[in-house]
Design a protein around this ligand. Sequence first.
Ligand code: SAM
Ligand code: SF4
Length: 333
Amino acid sequence: MAPLIDPYLRPITYLRLSVTDRCDFRCTYCMTEHMQFLPKADLLTLEELDRLSSAFIDLGVKKLRITGGEPLVRKGIMTYFRAMSRHLASGALNELTLTTNGSQLAKFATELADCGVRRINVSLDTLDSAKFKQITRWGRLSQVLEGISAAKAAGMRVKINTVALKGFNEGELFGLLEWCAAEGHDLTFIEVMPMGDMEETYRLGQFWSLTDLRTRLAAQFTLVDLPERTGGPARYVRLEQTGQKIGFITPLSHNFCESCNRVRLTCTGELYMCLGQEDRADLRSVLRGSADDAQVTAAIRAAIALKPKGHDFDYSRQKVAGQMSRHMSHTGG
Ligand code: SAM
Ligand code: SF4
């Protein structure tokens, strides 16, 4: 089958799939405390998730990242991981992975590794248990650290994703770095994005530019830019003194949309061609309307033909521009 190429000639080889909008945490920058979740009947079933993921893989998607909400709270999710491992075994898929808050990893790490998951991203913004509670509202740091240890013990490589938050984790930059070095985890920092209907002053107040974070790092270490590209917004450096690899995801201070290779599917089957735009296609109705997979692949192709050039996130005029009213947990971070 001809590969998926968007109007800006970017090959689409990476699907991020949200399997639920629910979560056992309520991170303050991601959700409100009393989120209204979708009715369960709106969600794609595990069989539908399989059918749709397999259609993308037939169209040349090589990397599949499962996300949410918290993907590991979706009931029966291991059945889906097990099913997707057949695409790894056949060589159609290069990587099956997930982004998780880590709370359920102690339970699922061994099974995930057994399904062929080799690397996972765990979100962790602080190593202080009181601050962890403050930022996640409902989370427990010790549970997440146990989960991370279980993932490591199961042989999976762990990348820690840390949202840079002004006045919250600025003082932990070097502590997080040291902990990751000691544990053998990679570390990537992320700029906070205007997703969800949060107040402008709140968003601007919490924004810590990675340009500043990088300057602070460079005062202590020699940063060597790495050529590595994943077709996404991340850029990497190596700290010459320790050899540690650090990633920066900078949608606000620098966008790298020109090399974007990804699309995002929500748990209700809406395909978002860009995290920071409203353009979307309803694949659930196509899926439910016909058993013919040719119709599904045609709908995917039609959607990719509408992929926008990039997002419009911008805080540079002391105003939030490009805000999306939907929460990150809806589109899948
Ligand atoms: N629950 C899982 C987790 O936390 O890893 C997966 C879903 S979560 C929405 C995915 C990622 O998005 C997490 O790393 C989280 O920190 C990040 N995130 C959520 N809201 C964000 C925002 N407004 N700006 C930047 N990153 C955000
Ligand atoms: Fe849940 Fe992840 Fe959002 Fe935190 S960032 S509330 S863990 S979905």
